[in-house]
Write a protein that binds this ligand. Sequence first.
Ligand code: PEP
Ligand code: MN
Length: 263
Amino acid sequence: KAARASAPRGTTLRVGPLTVGGGEFAVIAGPCSVESRDQLLTTARAVHRAGAHALRGGMFKPRTSPYSFQGLGAEAVDLVVETKEVTGLPFVSEIVDVRDVEVMAECVDVLQIGARNMQNYALLREVGMTRIPVLLKRGLAATVDETLLAAEYLLDGGNDQVAICERGIRTFENSYRFTLDLAAVAVFRERTHLPIVVDPSHAAGQTGRVMPLALAAAAGGADGIIVESHCDPATAKCDGNQALPTGDLPELMRRLEYAVSAA
Ligand code: PEP
Ligand code: MN
């Protein structure tokens, strides 16, 4: 069902002001995780002012260490609801547990399946049963084929609002966090009708590398980016090193326009 041949003109994921695919370029920006009312509102206002189309923010965080900040969980719901009222931006957030569908459905417009859960088939089946749009991230060691088969689980459940996200894979290179596989974006484009989003942040691992990777993704034909941005990166509880200060978002948006027109 994910094969290009089943929808040759491509499919489009739509939620309010967010359109992924169909010739539009989508920008989803926001913090790695929801930390506080002030942090979320301040960041979201800047994301909105810059002209981005959706806000991201983890409520439940899949952390490499069990001792790292795990997210506010259900406590984030009220903050997210309030922030959405203020900005009107749809909210993208990662689901890590099949038991969280109900609580997340209260405030999340796009469910993100994280790289670490790309092959969590029970989770894919559960999310495939919902009609909530999904951003499916490529696993850190998953091939293009494996990623498309993971998408197939979602589509097979009847959820056809699915976008694929390239976020970097693990290679021998260790001078940055993950290897952003832009060749895979071109291959996904050949192989599937699903829209393709790129996450420059988790590959970059460091703020200064985010903008060039974002521009490369746009020039390389991606349908959008999901980028980590924080009102005060130094205080971030998660992924602060790679967060674009919200003050840099207007420049990112400007430069993306050129890159998209080059694609
Ligand atoms: C994230 O988006 O913050 C995240 C954890 O991403 P990934 O699953 O790609 O590592
Ligand atoms: Mn992150």
